[in-house]
Design a protein around this ligand. Sequence first.
Ligand SMILES: [Zn+2]
Length: 294
Amino acid sequence: MDALKDIDKPYAEAERIAPLVRRVLARNPSPFTYTGTQTYIVGDSAEVAVIDPGPAEGEHIDAILEAVGTARVIAICCTHTHRDHSPAAAPLKALTGAPIVGCAPLTLDDDGPRADAAFDPDYRPDRVLADGEAIEGQGWTLEAVSTPGHTSNHVCFALRETGAVFTGDHVMGWSTSVVSPPDGDMTDYLASLQKLYEREQDTVYFPAHGPAVEKPRQLVRGMIGHRRQRERQILRQIEVGHRTVAEMVPQMYKAVDQRLWPAAGRSVLAHLLDLERRNLVSRTNDHWTLVAQA
Ligand SMILES: [Zn+2]
C-alpha cells in the first residue's frame, strides 16, 4: 500500500478540508479502511453534526469533542453500521446528549446471515432518515440520500449549501467498495451508483476512507464501467471453464494483494447473484453456468 505514503495521517486532530467541513481521522488503518475512518464535523457555528463517528476509541472520541469545542452537537449521523463507522455513536451521544440519526439499524435474526462480524449490533438510532429527508443546523442542511448496496442500510449525506456529499463506503476514490452478500447487494449497489451519477448538483465527495473526490460524476461513471467490465470478465471465466468463485478469483485478481482475495470473492459472488437475477447465469451448488440466450 505505497499510496499511504502520499497521504498525511494526522490522527486525532481536526483538519479543515472545506467550507463548513472538518475531518478527524481515526487510528484504525487497514487494507479495508485505508489510513483509517474519517469522521466529518459539519458546521462552523453554534450547531454542528458529526458524520460517521467511527470506532469507539477514547483518543478518537476525545479529538472529536475537542474539535466540537463549545458548539452543540445536534446530530450524530451514521452512513451505515459497519464497526469502523458507528460504534462511537453511543458514547458520543452519552457525552453530548445529541441524537443519533441517519441509517436504519439492520434487522438481524439471531442466526441470520446478515449478522456477520463486521456489523455493529449495538447501533440504536433515535431517528432514521428516509431518502430525501433532511436535518438542519445553523448554516447547514444535510439531506439523506439512500444508497443501499455496500450494505442494505447505507445512506449518503448531501450538504445542500455547498454540494458536498459524504459518501461513507458507497463511493471512495482509493478503492472500489466491498459488496458482500447477503447484506451487500450488487443490483442495489449499481442502482445506487446510477442514482449518484444522476445528481448533477454534487461538487465533491468526502468518503469515509481516502481522499476527497473532486470530479465525482466522472469517478462514478468510471466505477459503473468497472463493474460492467468485471461482469464481462466473470462471464468469460465461466465460458473458459472456471465455474466456482474460488477458481475465478486468482485469475481475476492476480495483481491484487492476496489478503484482499476473500473480499474479492464476495464481490464476485455479488456479481453472480446479480447476473442470476438477470437470468444470464444459473447455479448448481457453487458451480455457475451460462444461461443460453435465445
Ligand atoms: Zn463499510
